[in-house]
Design a protein around this ligand. Structure first.
Ligand code: XMP
Length: 323
């Protein structure tokens, strides 16, 4: 019979058999899949696993701390955090085009992650031979099956290492669906903030700022997003909505009036959607009182924001994200 206990036991045994006394690396994204995969491997091989988290500076408020503190506290995993905020912001300077932003973020991410891998290899020796990935069953079906190896090409001149290092993949979630992964994560003691996390794009808040991405704008958006999430959670709406992007229209200004005078600030867009699989979506009919609370709090508490608007477009024609 299928129980989370059985799945964990089976996978722990399989991981031990596969990895033996060698070492493994797992990249954490802040999302559910990589966290549960890492927790399973940690349970199986303990300190033979090193987790790597690239902090690109584009995460929401509190998310990096969730990985740094809560994930580590729950699992006891060895974690290397790479603070790459400045590198990502420098690479994004002056860029407004959404696809260019995605390409830059993806490229920098791979570079930073590979550099971290090489440093771990240098420190721990070449017997680091395994790369953990949170591949789910639907991912395998979509990509036509097959398991494999990851070929990590080194473009950096780091002495003493082969040019190409081949990692064997460890994919302990290969037989699971998303809801099962959440159950396994819960059983492994991961916090709800990680296990019940709604979808969040890899490029993070970088694609939720319409216009150039800067530290100031990210900080502003982080505040607005945190308020929206807080109020949606307080209203018990987390399960009802699929996700709720909060978007800063950094290139738009509108006139407002606050306190003693006129303001000229930026609008924040709320994009709550309901969906089954993100391929299609409908805008969520949130209670007016909840929308009112979010709007009042954001305009009161976030400097430079004087307007909150609601996106009432389904997908299609609108995508879930604005970029
Ligand atoms: P769209 O905006 O295409 O989004 O309706 C569909 C789902 O995918 C997420 N999304 C991304 N996820 N990298 C990701 O990892 C991306 O570049 C990206 N763009 C969109 C989005 O949050 C939604 O869940």
């Amino acid at each position: 019979t299928w129980t989370t206990g059985n799945v964990i036991e089976e996978q722990v045994a399989a991981i031990r058999a596969q990895v033996g006394d060698k070492r493994a690396i797992c990249g954490l994204s802040g999302g559910v899949d990589s966290a549960v995969a890492a927790a399973l491997v940690q349970k199986a091989i303990g300190d033979q696993l090193t987790c790597v988290y690239v902090d690109h500076g584009l995460m929401r408020k509190g998310e990096t701390q969730q990985v740094e503190k809560d994930f580590v506290a729950a699992t006891g995993a060895r974690l290397v955090v790479v603070d790459a905020e400045k590198r990502f912001l420098d690479a994004l300077a002056g860029v407004s085009d959404p696809e260019t932003k995605r390409k830059i973020i993806g490229r920098e991410f791979i570079r930073v992650f590979e550099q971290a891998q090489l440093e771990i290899l240098q420190e721990e020796g070449p017997e680091v031979a395994f790369l953990v990935q949170g591949t789910l069953y639907p991912d395998i079906v979509e990509s036509g099956g097959g398991t494999g190896t990851a070929n990590i090409k080194s473009h950096h001149n780091v002495g003493g290492l082969p040019d190409d290092i081949e990692f064997e993949l460890v994919e302990p979630l290969r037989q699971l669906f998303k809801d099962e992964v959440r159950m396994v994560g819960q059983e492994l003691g991961l916090p709800d903030e990680i296990v019940q996390r709604q979808p969040f794009p890899g490029p993070g808040l970088g694609i939720r700022i319409v216009g150039e991405v800067t530290k100031e704008r990210l900080d502003l958006l982080r505040e607005a997003d945190a308020i929206a999430r807080e109020e949606l959670t307080a209203a018990g709406l987390d399960r009802e909505i699929w996700q709720c992007p909060v978007v800063l229209l950094a290139d738009v200004r509108s006139v407002g009036v606050q306190g003693d005078g006129r303001t000229y600030g930026h609008p924040i867009v709320l994009r709550p959607v309901s969906s089954e699989d993100a391929m299609t979506a409908d805008w969520s009919r949130l209670p007016y009182e909840v929308l009112a609370r979010i709007s009042t709090r954001i305009t009161n508490e976030v400097a430079d924001v004087n307007r909150v608007v609601l996106d009432v477009t389904s997908k299609p024609p609108g995508t879930i994200e604005w970029e």
